[in-house]
Design a protein around this ligand. Structure first.
Ligand code: AMP
Length: 544
């Protein structure tokens, strides 16, 4: 017997419609590429989204066509999110930090029909123009006054198109399983793989983002997603914020500590989200400038492991809760958050911290398990570790047009293999020990590079740290700590190694330390361990 409830479709358009109807005067604030701060509201944005859908139709975009964006977090990008998906096309966000060859590959693989590009990234497209023959139109996301000289053929101006657009675009009826957006995950090996989200998966993910133990987005919040809209849809925050009716603050290209602080303060931001590197820059800025964070209540930190020292600084110095979260492009991205349970609230601080540093427990909708090399499930005892597998309605079923990658990632019983090596404790809190390819295998023992990095950045002199397994004649691999020091700080390698004393067993301490000016990062801000392993492939430890 079927239930007798309405069969309303879960669509992306319904999110912006809701925001416009019930939160019409709630602000969307953007730091623009052109310079000034821009202010609009959900009501005005909805109006422009309709016009923009008409523009897209005029450019020949139809049902299911892919429309690419290379853009910062800003109001025009937000309008594109809703206009493209709302008219039944697919919003394909491209990470402009990818190598030019990778961008050419994914534009071709996705068969993008139109590309929208921010001023900053026009040179990126100019450099690969020869590989864009399948693209019908390129639209530069600016007004007529700021249109650049460009070698791109037939470049169009966003605001000119909007000025000529008619008002009355009718949304088509959309089945909730229709594709809404596309994001390529930039693995360290092989070609990027496309994750094709649906209207339904996006709306369900937004409910999870709004849930209290998810990201807790609310109409009472002013939210600053520093995580880019070209990386997993800014963790789904643009959709979730519309669902919640939250004020949205979009930082444009200003990711440095000073620019982020200015928005946090001026826009009375209550909730911010980003990767640890962004918060490292902010915390350095606060320390140097003596500024504080009077409005910020909480910050969601994920993408890479959140070090304990960062949680402590946020809590103790700035009275801000730093909440650890984990996810993947393949998961829209939300998987787990480290919100404490009721029974944990009265634990001693050290025991609470032991939970807060973990990547956290699954939100409803995401199931997790760990398996050994034979795909046998391992116990949730906080000790056994194995590959994390996940399952749920906003997790990739198949990669877009990539049967081999899909085959490798899927299990016969319908789980997705994450490639993360984890423990899960009796409370369901997951801890990432490492990416399976980054774990250090020393004489039959496994050493977590993440654990060693987290300890290193707890040292006052250290700004950023990476630990890799470098080849060792006796042990196979030993941990090598590569780190960047804070401005003006100094510490010897031996002193840094001694810093591990009393924190972890001696056999897992780094064997050696190398100091560098800068660590290599991937297009999504993670440390490029593969590159470091190449750099130090002939490393000789003193102990060899
Ligand atoms: P991406 O698809 O680029 O977002 O990368 C997903 C991967 O980033 C995950 O599989 C993890 O390896 C890593 N990751 C994400 N969040 C965290 C976190 N909180 N701690 C450690 N690694 C993380």
């Amino acid at each position: 017997m079927h239930g007798l409830m309405m069969r309303a479709q879960l669509t992306v358009n319904s999110l912006i419609e809701h925001a416009a109807k019930f939160h019409g005067d709630t602000e969307i604030v953007s730091r623009t590429v052109e310079g000034p701060i821009h202010r609009t509201t959900y009501g005005e944005a909805f109006h422009r989204v309709h016009k923009l859908a008409g523009v897209l139709a005029g450019l020949g975009v139809g049902n299911g066509d892919r429309v690419a964006t290379l853009a910062w977090n800003g109001y025009r990008h937000l309008e594109l999110y809703f206009a493209i998906s709302g008219m039944g096309a697919v919003c394909h966000t491209i990470n402009p930090r990818l190598f030019p060859d990778q961008i050419t590959f994914i534009v071709g693989h996705a068969a993008d029909k139109v590309i929208f590009v921010d001023l900053t990234f026009v040179p990126v497209l100019e450099a690969i123009a020869g590989g864009l023959s399948g693209v019908n139109a390129i639209v530069i996301m600016t007004d007529n006054d700021h249109m650049p000289e460009t070698s791109l053929p037939n470049a169009l101006c966003f605001e000119d198109l909007m000025a000529g657009a008619s008002e009355g675009f009718d949304w088509p009826e959309i089945d909730e399983n229709t594709a809404s957006s596309l994001c390529y995950s930039s693995g360290t090996t092989g070609n990027p793989k496309g994750v094709l989200y649906s209207h339904r998966s996006t709306v369900l993910h937004s409910f999870a983002a709004c849930s209290h133990d998810g990201l807790a987005l609310s109409a009472a919040d002013s939210i600053l997603p520093v995580v880019p809209m070209f990386h997993v849809n800014a963790w789904g925050i643009p959709y979730g914020a519309a669902m919640a009716g939250a004020k949205l603050v979009l930082p444009g290209a200003g990711m440095d500590g000073g620019s982020v602080w200015e928005l946090l303060d001026n826009e009375r931001v209550t909730l911010a989200a980003g990767v640890p590197t962004i918060w490292m820059l902010l915390l350095q800025y606060l320390k140097e400038s003596g500024k504080s964070l009077p409005h910020l209540e909480r910050t969601i930190i994920g993408g890479s492991a959140l070090p304990q020292s960062m949680i402590e600084t946020f809590e103790e110095t700035y009275d801000v809760a730093a909440i650890h979260a984990w996810g993947m492009t393949e998961m829209s991205p939300l998987g787990t958050t480290a919100h404490l349970k009721g029974k944990m609230q009265d634990l001693p601080d050290v025991e609470k911290m032991a939970y807060k540093v973990k990547q956290g427990r699954p939100v409803y909708g995401v199931d997790i398990k760990i398996v050994d090399d034979d795909y046998q499930s391992l116990p949730h005892d906080g000790v056994a570790f194995g590959e994390l597998c996940v399952k749920g309605p906003w997790i990739v079923g198949d990669y877009y047009e990539d049967a081999d990658a899909s085959e490798q990632a899927k299990t016969d019983d319908g789980w997705f293999r994450t490639g993360d090596v984890c423990t899960i404790d009796a409370e369901g809190f997951m801890l990432i020990v490492d990416r399976s390819k980054d774990v250090i295998k020393s004489g039959g023992e496994w050493i977590s590079s993440i654990e060693l990095e987290n300890i290193a950045v707890g040292h006052d002199a250290v700004a950023e740290a990476a630990v890799i397994g470098a080849p060792h004649a006796k042990w196979g691999e030993r941990p090598l700590l590569v780190c960047v020091l804070n401005n003006g700080a100094s510490v010897s390698g031996d002193d840094l190694i001694q810093f591990y004393d009393g924190k972890i067993p001696k056999w897992s301490w780094p064997d050696a330390v190398e100091f560098v000016d800068e660590l290599p990062h991937t297009a999504t801000g993670k440390i490029q361990k593969l590159k470091l392993r190449e750099t130090y492939s002939d490393y000789k430890f003193a102990s060899e």
